[in-house]
Design a protein around this ligand. Structure first.
Ligand SMILES: [Zn+2]
Length: 257
């Protein structure tokens, strides 16, 4: 879901997050083909409203010359940058920097009251070792960071992190409870889905809006507790887990009667 398009005459951008419903409808009525350009390929952008009522820009005729992967990555970067700006940050994309542990180019960079945040958006494969290496460059310099992963990438990383915890913390044996949170405290991570609407999820029934998640990261409230990343505490996730188990149990009973 692309939320920002640039005016072809160089006068700035139209950003769906910053426009009222009335302003959006006005744009839909008054734009001319070619007025606005898609960020991915400069094709004409058409302002639309999704079935769930969210405003977005689409390619004229649906065609894009860039890959689906890079379209997703770019749409996610623009969204995160816009939300950070709305939270009072000075924000930019593709921000280069360096520290003792090496150089980086943050997908999105935000600064607010002396707090520096790097958000990395990842949908292609990367090994756990590389996540930690890149993560270390930020933490060594006191830069906060957050990894936002596509669904498939999140599942793969959760498995690797779980194996790592099992090996290093549980001596290779499953704890008595049978299951445990897979996340590592040195790797702040959540799953980002863009369609049909931007959604944040994570292991252990974690859900949040993107603004709530980013605000929590900026204000030190995105925490890793018992192998699960959460905002403030595990309370709402524990109740969601309980509800889900009860529902599953009720379904089993219903199936057996
Ligand atoms: Zn495009």
């Amino acid at each position: 879901m692309v939320i920002e398009a640039a005016y072809a005459d160089g006068t700035g951008v139209a950003n769906a997050l910053r426009m009222s419903q009335v302003q959006w409808h006005e744009l839909q009525r008054n734009y001319r083909v070619g007025d606005l350009q898609m960020p991915c390929c400069s094709a004409p952008a058409v302002p639309k409203v999704s079935a769930n009522g969210y405003p977005f820009f689409a390619h004229l005729g649906g065609a894009c010359t860039t890959s689906e992967e890079s379209q997703w990555h770019l749409a996610a970067k623009i969204l995160v940058r816009s939300v950070l700006e709305d939270l009072g940050c000075r924000a930019s994309v593709e921000m280069p920097g360096s520290g003792d542990a090496g150089r980086w180019q943050a997908d999105v960079w935000g600064e607010r009251n002396g707090v520096r945040l790097a958000v990395e958006i990842q949908r292609s494969y990367q090994s756990l070792r590389d996540y930690r290496k890149r993560q270390g460059r930020y933490s060594d310099e006191g830069v906060k960071s957050l990894w936002l992963l596509g669904q498939e990438r999140y599942s793969t990383l959760a498995k690797s992190m779980g194996k790592e915890r099992l090996r290093t913390e549980f001596g290779g044996k499953f704890p008595p409870g049978g299951h445990f949170g897979p996340c590592l405290p040195d790797l702040p991570v959540a799953m980002l889905e863009l369609e049909p609407v931007p959604t944040i999820k994570g292991a252990g029934f974690f859900t949040a809006t993107l603004p709530d998640l980013l605000e929590a990261v900026l204000s030190n409230r995105f925490l890793c507790i018992d192998g699960l990343w959460c905002i403030n505490n595990l309370d709402s996730m524990s109740s969601a887990a309980k509800r889900s188990h009860e529902l599953a149990a009720a379904k089993r009973v219903a199936a057996n009667t």
